[in-house]
Design a protein around this ligand. Sequence first.
Ligand code: PMP
Length: 460
Amino acid sequence: MQQAALTAPSTDIIQTDRETVWHHLTQHSQFEHSDPMVIVRGEGMRVTDATGREYLDATSGGVWSVNVGYGRTEIADAVRDQLVTMCYFAGTAGSEPGARFAARLLEKLPGLGRVYYSNSGSEANEKAYKMVRQLAHMEGDGSKSKIIYRDRDYHGTTFGALSSTGQFERKEHYGPFLDGFVSFANCCCYRCPFGKTYGSCDIDCAQDLETVIQREGPETVGAVVLEPITAGGGVIPPVPEYFPIIEAICRKYGVLLHIDEVVCGLGRTGEWFGYQHFKVQPDIVTMAKGVASGYAAISCTVTSESLFQRFKALPADRLGYFRDISTFGGCTAGPTAGLVNIDIIEREDLLANVRQRGAQLMDGLQALKAKYPLVGDVRGVGLFAGLELVQDRESKQPAPEQTAMAIAKDCSDQGVLIGRTNRSFREFNNTLCLSPALIASSRDIDDIIEALDGALMRCG
Ligand code: PMP
């Protein structure tokens, strides 16, 4: 690694960034009176910005990606060696790391049989939708092509993925969207869409899938796509009964179950995949962020062997094969980094660490809830948690967005980076998000809670 180049962060880079880069999710007018943050170095749980300031990163790289932490020379070395041996070949050919990583990944995904490579979460989801639609067209008359998605879930930035997204704040102003995407209810008990209370409800949020399938006509519905735990939509884990009901409805109507593990995949929740907490068998699983912990761009659309065999049975002379490609799905950096990423998670027993540290994080957050009425709800699984902020607990009126911004800023001033959900003026969008790397120590969790405690006290 080029350590020398990295040891002297330069503030010039801030000016260059300000003048040249269009940042994600950013209103740039703010940089008229503040500097953009430019991160120049990372080691373990910590990152350093271009001014030399160090932070404890409770976001895993801003958006839940760097699962095994920063500065893993083992991954960089493996990628370097692979790139000089064979960097890239795309199209119809495979690669050695591609085959090895697929085999390794499938060991973690019982019941699934094939791995299709691309390079972002959005793209992985698009591939899945195309698979569903091609089967609808080639096995039938094309009508069984609708995709049902859930309110509050996010599936990506491209038009198919955005059309299947249930977040107002991501979709507003980008329409028109694609036909054939239909939503059903979210599963947030804190703001139950049916006004009910868990314990005295029939898990109406899951049953709503059946209502929507019946309304649309089961013969028109090809798949349902869900996050195992809604992430950017407010960190919303479902109740234990939820997924078995969803799966039973899918089986009843011949609808494929597609689970989007872009955030939860590869250990974030203390299982390899988020859905594995809920004892369901998906037909399609998509993943991206944690697959190579951000060291390379890779995403996977993993399908059951039976879905793959349905493609094999299509008439090749009538375009009966998956006519899809991803240019950078052929770069070997991704699967190479993915292999070492799995090695690290196993060798360091990080799933156990996530369960332990996740319990500590949740205890700490519950204590903050008991202390500050501003915290309306605390939700999460493993090292993946959200605090929803409210003006008052009775009405559950969302706290103003400025409050969440002030808390995040206060934490950052204390040297701890935390996340928050997307900006909007509606409920759910004032949730603070915590997703430290899977290597977090007990001390790191204490430091995160302490920073939040101070920030809540000052900004509440
Ligand atoms: N699915 C989920 C659940 C996500 O959170 C995201 C990204 N935050 C995506 C898909 C899209 O991934 P990408 O940004 O890599 O396209």
